[in-house]
Design a protein around this ligand. Structure first.
Ligand code: HPA
Length: 267
């Protein structure tokens, strides 16, 4: 694992400047990478040992450039357990960006809203997570970072505060809540959504939670932003579809990009 990361890191480091901030851009949110200044696009296929991403709405590039004058590495497309990737593959990109020198991770996703205060099109800053994927950073350990990762305040309180201040200054509403990450790829049943609500989840998705554990293992501070693309299963009674997810994410794009830019300005 460590050797593969070093090879991938050396390959990328030869081509780009050291990033301060790492980003993972979720379903329908990848276009933010196109707004980076002086961007260098490195397709995942070119990076040694990097898995390839397959889901529609995910591009599959590491884009390194600047945002508000700060060097950023952004993953346009991520890896999901439900695609059959191993945990080490799912978190490879985050570990790579940490190895390149990024000390902050901004992780984003599309999610279903469970809390009655969430509606499609809302943005939610993640206050905490429930890892319900049934997996974790099992298997081979990485040389850097503890085996037993502390997950207290996994989502940096200062960064959450910054995001909320930025949203207020921009006059956009920003919710705050707990993100539950499930294996997928089927959407939840209404009974499962009721269970998740009882467990304290405000939103549900199929990504993010393992990446956050990997980032915390590397000592990165983490900001998580969910784009609520739909009401979770059973809440409205309407069927869920990936098209709805990507369409809503696209509609949220200006607010999402405004928020990210505002946060980047204050980092
Ligand atoms: N459930 C799981 N993952 C999702 C959802 C959902 O409702 N919306 C977007 N990703």
């Amino acid at each position: 694992m460590t050797e593969r990361l070093e090879e991938a890191g050396a390959f990328v480091a030869e081509r780009v400047a050291t990033p301060e901030v790492a980003m993972v851009l979720g379903s329908g949110l990848g276009a933010f990478a196109d707004t980076l200044g002086d961007a260098k696009v490195i397709p995942y296929v070119e990076i040694p040992h990097m898995p390839l991403s397959e889901v529609a709405g995910h591009a599959g590039n590491l884009v390194v450039g600047t945002c508000q004058g700060k060097p950023v590495a952004a993953m346009q497309g991520r890896f999901h357990l439900y695609e059959g990737y191993t945990v080490n593959e799912v978190v490879f990109g985050v570990r790579l960006m940490a190895a390149l020198g990024a000390r902050t991770l901004i992780v984003t996703n599309a999610a279903g809203g469970i809390s009655s205060s969430l509606a499609p099109g809302d943005l939610m800053v993640i206050s905490d997570q429930l890892n319900l994927t049934g997996s974790s950073l099992v298997g081979e350990s990485v040389a850097a970072g503890p085996r037993f990762v502390d997950m207290t305040e996994a989502f940096d309180p200062t960064l959450r505060g910054v995001a909320i201040e930025v949203a207020e200054a921009q006059g956009v509403s920003l919710a705050e809540g707990v993100y539950a990450g499930l294996l997928g790829p089927a959407y939840e049943t209404p009974a499962e959504v009721r269970m998740l609500r009882t467990l304290g989840a405000d939103a549900v998705g199929m990504s993010t939670v393992l990446e956050v554990i990997a980032a915390r293992q590397q000592g990165m501070r983490v900001l998580g932003i969910s784009c609520i693309t739909n009401l979770a299963s059973g809440i409205s009674g309407a069927p869920l579809s990936h098209e709805e997810v990507t369409e809503t994410a696209a509609a949220v794009k200006p607010r999402f990009e405004g928020l990210l830019n505002g946060v980047m300005e204050r980092l």
